[in-house]
Write a protein that binds this ligand. Structure first.
Ligand code: GRF
Length: 216
């Protein structure tokens, strides 16, 4: 059953840092959207993500160490969360939480998985590895979370060309701009479908200038 503005998909976001992807969700998942961010949880009390949530009037929760996941699962249940979005969350999500939200937990990764993913591949490390490899294409991926790091089924990807002279910072900034479109698109598609669904490969996110030229 599709969610509606009256009965929106209840989304929790887990974030450890800046929270710009969280902000993109806060901006797009609010009335009259069929999705609503109802909780933001972090492992770091000083994370800007928590300040963004407070500014938006969204409930926050801080758990420094998720341990076996029982407390985190409890908080998610208390808020009747139906979809969990990991957006720059640096702690391992305990298997209990992954199991409790099977097929209902998504992650955004700043590269074209399965390349440049896995343990230790986060933040600037991802972009430095892409540049060091000589790859001419990077991008953003949203995938379902399962027990294996960065290996859950892919839901959506959008390419970002690597430009000559790119630094990890310049590439990260261009990928991040795409992430801000891709993550809300997946959440809103889930709300409209009534369950997490892959986006069509040719989905138009309104950023054709970032797509590689056709036929090349
Ligand atoms: C993003 O690049 C995300 O893909 C990665 O960590 C970064 C978080 O950025 N997992 P922000 O906290 O959303 O600004």
């Amino acid at each position: 059953m599709p969610y509606t503005a009256e009965h929106p998909l209840r989304v929790a976001v887990l974030a450890s840092g800046e929270g710009s992807n969280l902000q993109a969700l806060l901006d797009s998942c609010r009335p009259p959207s069929p999705a609503l961010v109802v909780l933001v949880a972090s492992d770091r009390g000083e994370a800007k993500a928590l300040a963004r949530a407070r500014a938006a009037g969204v409930a926050t929760h801080c758990i420094a160490d998720p341990g076996d996941g029982a407390a985190l699962t409890g908080v998610l249940r208390e808020h009747a969360v139906e979809l969990v979005a990991l957006a720059g969350y640096l702690k391992l999500v305990p298997p209990e939480v992954v199991a409790a939200f099977a097929d209902r937990m998504i992650n955004i990764h700043p590269a074209l998985l399965p390349a440049f993913g896995g343990p230790g591949m986060y933040g600037g490390r991802v972009h430095r590895a892409v540049l060091a490899s000589g790859a001419t294409l990077s991008g953003a991926t949203v995938h379902l979370v399962n027990a294996q790091y960065d290996r859950g089924p892919i839901l959506a990807q959008w390419p970002v060309p690597v430009r000559p002279g790119d630094t990890a910072e310049s590439l990260a900034a261009r990928v991040l701009a795409v992430e801000h479109r891709l993550l809300p698109a997946v959440v809103l598609a889930a709300a409209e479908a009534g369950r997490v669904v892959p986006l069509p490969p040719a989905a138009d996110f309104g950023m054709p200038d970032l797509a590689p030229a056709r036929g090349t």
